[in-house]
Design a protein around this ligand. Structure first.
Ligand code: FAD
Length: 385
């Protein structure tokens, strides 16, 4: 293999470049990125950057030492076998890495709205979060909750409009989500409400109510950034369909990170996980597979969120679970665990209980059984249950 093209210069893209070099690949590598920035981490955008504690979050990597031709500000527009079309001409390849991540979904309407996906988005939003500003955040998911945290901290008057019956309901279900409602103290949390359209000066809700706003933020989710592949001879379904080796249906092609829907041996399900840990670790497998090695990606997925002063962490895949049990009441530090019918652990959701997360992730990986009665006692370490 002489030339690998990596499309998407986010964490997954740059980690794949590092992994290719780490495995001794000596050919040419071209890294194509739509943004004008060098690769950076996104989790701090809604945390330290929005809170004004940091300005940049660049990934600590040496592109020159990696001997990668980095092409910032260049978008891939189409793919045919052996060649990627870009806004600056064609790039021929014999190995291809698709790492184009995800794009935020916008609200309908012509009024001004913010999304939060890029460093530039974060800087624009930060400038708008001034004391007294009326801020409407659509969506009480991970990004919405973190934006609301920052806006409240900045002294804004915050309304969160959530279509579901509870915050985080889409991600972890309404029952767990309801336990986080109390965190929205001082925020006008509208559950079961939807933005109909963003207008000049605010948002109109479904039903006709108008909420005045200086700042409107869409935190209603993302879609895999695969539009450029629409005409390619490649299986797409909720992202790029890849096997357990992260190989796509087009020979010589792997996909990795937020845009890739891989087959999980462990959960016997196709997963597309829009979280940092996947972008960090899956590239080792993607690089190995591209180089013809036999590597399998089969993690216990993990992510975290920092919201309203709480460290929220999740590991596993809860659709595989059948029974939901709690360790501790909603007023303090608590965890929720999903058990399968055979008492093995499918997933753990920990609020300010990092030990539960670490131990739970190991237990899920090992496939051990737990004693449900001991489990509900938060004083018994999870590993002893
Ligand atoms: P991306 O980081 O999206 O990188 C893809 C890159 O490809 C982008 O730079 C994009 O511009 C570029 N691109 C797209 N299309 C093209 C094209 N056609 N041509 C060229 N380039 C293209 N995860 C957690 O686990 N915990 C958190 O607390 C957390 N917080 C987050 C906060 C925010 C605000 C955001 C946005 C994400 C957060 N995440 C978090 C998720 C995590 O950051 C992502 O899972 C991770 O960034 C995915 O990396 P990626 O490289 O796959 O995609």
């Amino acid at each position: 293999m002489d030339h690998v093209v990596v499309v998407g210069a986010g964490l997954a893209g740059v980690r794949t470049v590092e992994a290719l070099r780490g495995r001794g690949f000596g050919g040419r590598i071209t890294l194509v990125g739509r943004e004008r920035h060098r690769p950076y981490d996104r989790p701090p955008l809604t945390k330290s950057v929005l809170l004004g504690e940091s300005d940049t979050t660049f990934v600590d990597t040496d592109l020159a030492a990696l001997r990668v031709a980095f092409r910032p500000g260049v978008s891939a527009t189409a793919l045919r076998p052996g060649a990627v079309e870009t806004t600056e001409g064609e790039l021929r390849y014999d190995g291809l890495v698709i790492a184009t991540g995800a794009d935020p979904v916008r609200l309908p309407g012509d009024g001004p709205q913010h999304v939060l996906r890029t460093l530039d988005d974060a800087h624009e939003l930060r400038a708008a979060l001034v004391p007294g500003a009326r801020v409407v955040v659509a969506g009480a998911g991970w990004v919405g909750a973190e934006v609301a945290t920052a806006a409240r901290r900045a002294g804004c008057a915050v309304t969160v409009v959530e279509a579901g019956p509870a915050p985080l309901a889409t991600a972890v279900g309404p029952e767990i989500g309801a336990r986080t409602e109390r965190w929205y103290d001082g925020i006008d949390l509208r559950l079961g409400a939807m933005v109909h359209s963003v207008e000049e000066g605010g948002v109109e809700l479904v039903g006709g109510e108008f909420l005045d706003a200086h700042v409107v933020v869409a935190g209603i989710g993302v879609r895999p950034a695969v539009q450029w592949l629409a005409d390619a001879d490649l299986d797409l379904h909720n992202g790029v369909v890849v096997d357990e080796h992260l190989r796509a249906s087009l020979p010589g092609t792997v996909a990795v990170g937020d845009c890739a829907a891989w087959w999980s041996r462990r959960f016997q399900d196709r997963l597309r996980v829009e979280h940092w840990d996947t972008a960090l670790n899956a590239p080792e497998v993607a690089a190995a597979s591209l180089l013809g090695e036999d590597a399998v990606y089969d993690p216990v997925p993990y992510f975290w969120s920092e919201q309203f002063g709480h460290m929220v962490q999740y590991a596993g895949h809860h659709p595989a679970g059948e029974r939901l049990l709690y360790r501790g009441g909603p007023e303090g530090k608590w965890s929720a665990v999903w058990l399968r019918g055979d008492d093995t652990l499918a997933a753990v959701f920990a609020v300010d209980r990092p030990r539960d997360l670490v131990q739970g992730r190991r237990i899920i990986g090992a496939g051990s059984r737990l004693d449900a009665e001991r489990l509900v006692d938060p004083d018994v370490p999870l590993r002893d249950c």
